[in-house]
Structure formats: structure tokens, C-alpha cells
Design a protein around this ligand. Structure first.
Ligand SMILES: C[S@@+](CC[C@H](N)C(=O)[O-])C[C@H]1O[C@@H](n2cnc3c(N)ncnc32)[C@H](O)[C@@H]1O
Length: 273
């Protein structure tokens, strides 16, 4: 891959997603672009870069971001966040709910990938809030991964790690062509709403504030000014006293922000804002 091609792809990806590809990502970019070259029938990277500059390349730009970004995730990843949600955030917010006349408990999974995070939140909320309305909004920049999230079909090995009772209650075992897969049952699926969103562009396609926002394992791909901008955007969408969960490798320590650190990778919005 030539310097000029790497620089071109790098700035295009930054402009579109704010994902910051450092020089150490050159190998990875080159490997991942191989797939796009084959899919678009381009003979080489020079031709592919030219193709991306033509009018109408918008769809391919989406595929490019998809190929570059990492969607790795799993159910109940970083379990401490789900323990905190269950044992601290929900009881605390429920005490406030009546006095502050909230009519639902709202959680946003802000870089949801294929949906495991959002469904793990949904499982926690059905268990802990059987008699109070709740809503989950989930967003991602990748349309491909959002389609997977909405379909909610997962291979057995990812579901096998969950307690058998959770699997029995919330998943259907596939048969025939779906043998070896499990699907989240409609009762849970219907309560999670997936939307396309670039977290750094425009406003989310839903109004209102959230008691808890999960924005995990996406900030590591952004540079510092972008991380600060993102934290500030998310903070605006929290109720006073609401919680922001970030990935355990994404401490906000070196960023400018107005949140209070309450636990590793858990931050709270102040009550005065
Ligand atoms: C590694 S996954 C994290 C999934 C989940 N939050 C977790 O912690 O397991 C990162 C996700 O961030 C998404 N992403 C990357 N840049 C984004 C942006 N600018 N706006 C919204 N989502 C983005 C990617 O498409 C990917 O699905």
C-alpha cells in the first residue's frame, strides 16, 4: 500500500466516522481492504481509491467503514457494568422515578454492534423492572451490523456462556437451516430499537434523556478531541445523576469532561446540570 493511498483512506475514514487510523494500523487496513477490492472487482488499490472519489460512491463508503471498524462484542461483556446497573443504577433511579415523574427507565446502547450489549441490558431490565416501563435505544454507524442486531440470531457458542435459565427464557433454539443458532425471542427483541447513527454527527433519531448510557469499546478508535466531543454529546443526553458506562480500557482520566468517576469505567452526571 502506497503512502498516498494509506493517507487517502485514512482521511476518508476519519472524515466519515472519526475513527483515527494511526500508522500502526497500515497492515490492518491493507488486509481489510482486500475484501473490498474483491467485492467491487477493482484490480488494485489505486483503482479502488479512484472509485471512492466518484459521485455515487456513498454506498461503498459505508462498506469501507464497515471493513475497517471492529465489531467484536459478546453478551454481558464487562460484567461489572451489568452488576452496577442491576444493584445500583436501577434501585437508585427507581427511588427517584416517582418523585420526578419519570414514565420510563431509558437506556441507550450507543455503539451497539451486533446487539449483544443491548440484549444483555434488556435481559437485566426484564429481570429487575418487571412492573415499570423501560426502553432501550441502540445505535451504530454500520448498517450491516445493525441488520444483524435486529435479526438477533447468534451462534450457539456465544449463547452457551449464559446461564441456562436466561437461555430458556429469552432465546429460541434454531432448527433446520438455523440448527446451531439461537434467536432472541420476539418479546425481548421488540423492546430494543436499533437505529443508524454516527455518534459524532447530528442528533440521535430519538428525543429525550437517558438514565444510563453504555458507550463502550468505541472511544479507543477516536483521537482525544473526538473523545471529548463524544463525551460531551453523551452527557447532554443523560438525566442529572445519570450514568455513563465506557469500556474498561477507555478511562476518561485524560479528557476534559464534567462527569464524576464513581467506579472504574463508570461516570455520573452531576445533579446541578
Ligand atoms: C467494538 S464494537 C463495541 C460493541 C459494544 N459496545 C461492546 O462494548 O461490546 C465498536 C462499534 O462501534 C461502531 N462505531 C465505530 N465508529 C462509530 C461512530 N462514529 N458512530 C457510531 N458507531 C461507531 C462500530 O461499527 C462497532 O460496531
Amino acid at each position: 500500500m502506497r503512502d498516498s493511498e494509506f493517507d487517502f483512506i485514512r482521511s476518508l475514514v476519519y472524515e466519515r466516522s472519526r475513527i483515527n487510523l494511526g500508522p500502526d494500523k497500515r497492515q490492518l487496513v491493507s488486509a481489510r481492504l482486500g475484501k473490498r477490492l474483491r467485492a467491487t472487482n477493482m484490480p488494485d488499490l489505486t483503482a479502488y481509491c479512484e472509485f471512492l472519489q466518484q459521485p455515487g460512491a456513498d454506498q461503498e463508503l459505508g462498506h469501507l467503514i464497515d471493513a475497517i471498524s471492529t465489531n467484536h462484542t459478546f453478551f454481558f461483556r464487562e460484567i461489572a457494568h451489568f452488576d452496577f446497573l442491576r444493584d445500583k443504577a436501577i434501585p437508585e433511579m427507581m427511588e427517584r422515578a416517582r418523585a420526578e415523574r419519570w414514565n420510563s427507565f431509558r437506556v441507550w446502547s450507543a455503539a451497539s454492534s451486533s446487539g449483544e450489549e443491548a440484549y444483555s441490558i434488556a435481559i437485566t431490565l426484564t429481570q429487575r423492572l418487571p412492573n415499570f416501563p423501560w426502553e432501550i435505544e441502540a445505535t451504530d454507524i454500520s448498517r450491516r451490523i445493525l441488520a444483524k442486531a435486529a435479526a438477533a440470531i447468534y451462534p450457539e457458542e456465544t449463547v452457551r456462556r449464559l446461564p441456562p435459565e436466561v437461555v430458556r427464557t429469552h432465546f429460541q433454539r434454531g432448527f433446520g437451516p438455523q440448527e446451531g443458532n439461537y434467536r432472541v425471542k420476539a418479546a425481548l427483541r421488540d423492546r430494543v430499537h436499533f437505529h443508524h447513527l454516527n455518534l459524532l454527527e447530528g442528533e440521535p433519531p430519538f428525543p429525550g434523556l437517558f438514565q444510563v448510557i453504555f458507550c463502550r469499546n468505541v472511544m479507543i478508535y477516536f483521537d482525544r478531541p473526538t473523545q471529548e466531543e463524544l463525551v460531551s454529546r453523551l452527557t447532554r443526553r443523560l438525566v442529572p445523576g445519570g450514568y455513563l458506562m465506557v469500556g474498561h480500557s477507555e478511562s476518561l482520566t485524560h479528557l476534559r469532561h464534567s462527569l464524576r468517576a464513581v467506579r472504574p469505567a463508570i461516570y455520573q452526571k452531576s445533579f446541578g446540570s
